[in-house]
Design a protein around this ligand. Structure first.
Ligand SMILES: [Zn+2]
Length: 204
């Protein structure tokens, strides 16, 4: 733990360039999660760019990444903006006095992966809860044709209990089983969330 602090305070600006050293210490667990999540939601190219940023000593320009990966500058930039949107990376831009062009210095924020995971879990949980709410507070009707959608009471009544799609008769649909499954999923995810929080606290 103390080593961590020394390393953080030990970060110094590299005098030989205009870059700012920004290496952040993260745990192996955070590193793994970051790579998995990026690969999963953003794909292989963004993962490659992430790995370069992760192993860089400080800020890195898109051109440096492009050279290192032998990847087109366009693709590198696309990947960087995906990371920026997540938001797992930030940039600083400086105008090059000789060319007049902007140079972008990118920094990865791998420690934000914890926040990201927590946010995603919360989003899924909210979706499940609102679905449960919808199921518990409506009466559903079906024509029992698997290709036709279920309708709520008001819709069934408006159509004289006839299916809009196939003309079949609409009967009450028992959603008890669906409600049970939703409740189980919510409990399961709440457990996962608690476990995740414990892991995060333990390693911070
Ligand atoms: Zn139908």
């Amino acid at each position: 733990m103390s080593r961590d602090e020394v390393d953080k305070k030990g970060n110094k600006k590299d005098a030989s360039s205009s870059k700012i050293a920004s290496k952040i210490n993260i745990s192996e667990r955070q590193r793994q999660t970051l790579i998995e999540v990026v690969d999963d939601i953003a794909g292989e190219e963004v993962k490659q760019v992430t790995l370069v940023l992760l192993n860089a000593d400080g800020e890195t320009t898109d051109e440096e990444i492009s050279e290192k990966l032998d990847m087109r500058l366009n693709q590198v930039r696309k990947s960087l903006y995906k990371l920026y949107d997540l938001p797992l990376a930030t940039f600083r831009r400086i105008r090059d006095k000789s060319t007049g062009w902007f140079v972008y210095f990118w920094t990865l924020h791998p420690e934000r992966i914890d926040m990201f995971v927590e946010k995603k879990q919360q989003e899924v949980l909210e979706k499940l809860n609102s679905r449960l709410d919808y199921e518990e507070n409506n009466m559903f009707f079906t024509c029992n044709n698997p290709e036709c959608p279920r309708v709520i009471f008001q819709e069934a009544m408006d159509n004289n209990f006839e299916c809009e799609h196939c003309g079949g008769r609409l009967e009450a649909f028992d959603n008890e089983q669906l409600i049970t499954v939703l409740k189980e999923k919510i409990i399961e995810l709440e457990e996962v969330k608690k476990k995740t929080q414990k892991i995060m606290k333990g390693e911070k």
